[in-house]
Design a protein around this ligand. Structure first.
Ligand code: OXD
Length: 310
């Protein structure tokens, strides 16, 4: 029986080595496209997998994402109905995401882009106000959202959290979908952080109808998925003054096409999907552990609910 690494955007030879070292004689690990015995594949690790490829593995029991997101698995029409799904949850991913969001928040709070502009013009001018008072709203209270909410509240920021089911986090104003609509939630904050999973419910949620409930001059940080954003609506929200600044790490099309208007928009800061990138050595340990758990009939780590979509 074997594990297939079907990861088409990076070199995973060291990851295979780590899995082999951990599992020793228990299994073989193959890297797509070099999978000599598809019928022996019990577990596959997927990232940007070719469409339809999963059909080749009649004995697939477990599919792991290489990252935190699983929509590329759930939307794969060749996903076998019996296959269980897991994802990577890792302290290193959480730390990276926390630091990225913190970087955006502090840049916004201390207005570093304005100050950099003033330096270019050799202009000595204290901004008024010196610091933008932030009311930060986080959409999505999964592993990453919960960590960021706790961190920001711990740093003294007014922090609001929005989740599907009720949550309690010390020092955070927690609101659930049963008590508040997304529009009513965003009306309470002036900095919106999107950490939602991509599902049929959340796709396109960052649209004009939501943005228009933000107080004028707000900021958006999107570190979840590009598909959450209706791009024309985001530009319109800038034009109409609801948004003043946006930090975008993810896009509908990646790489972001060179002609895309976001590149040159003065209020938009772009990074190339680097807010939090899976460390292959840590992922290898989780994959090996889950393989053993599968074979031993134990609970899997970080299993995803197919119905929920995360
Ligand atoms: C992930 C990602 O889902 O890198 O982990 O976007």
């Amino acid at each position: 029986m074997s594990i297939a690494l079907i990861i088409t955007d990076r070199d995973v030879r060291l990851m295979r080595q780590t899995i082999d070292d951990l599992l020793q004689e228990e299994t073989e690990t193959w890297i797509y496209p070099d999978i000599p015995e598809p019928a022996s594949v019990e577990m596959a690790v997927l990232w940007k997998q070719p469409a339809g490829l999963l059909q080749q593995f009649p004995n697939l029991q477990l599919v792991s994402s290489l990252g935190a997101g699983v929509e590329h698995i759930l939307s794969d029409p060749a996903l076998p109905p019996q296959a269980r799904i897991t994802r990577i949850v890792d302290e290193a991913l959480t730390v990276s995401m926390r630091n990225y969001v913190l970087m955006c928040i502090l840049n916004r709070h201390k207005q570093t882009h304005l100050l950099a502009e003033q330096q270019r013009e050799r202009r000595w001018k204290k901004p008024d106000p010196i610091e933008i008072p932030l009311r930060i709203g986080i959409l999505g209270m999964g592993e990453l959202g919960g960590d960021i909410a706790r961190t920001l509240a711990g740093l003294g920021f007014e922090t609001w959290a929005y989740s599907r089911t009720p949550r309690h986090i010390d020092g955070v104003h927690c609101c659930s979908a049963s008590e508040l609509s997304p529009a009513d939630f965003v009306a309470r904050v002036n900095t919106l952080v999107c950490l939602l999973p991509r599902t049929s419910v959340t796709e396109g949620i960052l649209n004009y109808d939501l943005f228009r409930h933000l107080p004028p001059g707000s900021a958006l940080i999107n570190v979840a998925r590009g598909a959450h954003v209706v791009e024309e609506d985001l530009l319109r929200a800038f034009e109409d003054g609801f948004l003043q600044e946006a930090f975008l790490d993810v896009f509908r099309e990646e790489p972001l096409p060179v002609t895309h208007p976001f590149w040159t928009h003065p209020g938009i800061h772009i990074t190339p999907h680097i807010a939090s990138v899976t460390r292959l050595d840590n992922a290898a340990r989780i994959v090996a552990d889950n393989y053993r758990r599968l074979r031993a009939g134990k609970d899997l780590l970080f299993e995803v609910g197919r119905e929920r979509g995360y």
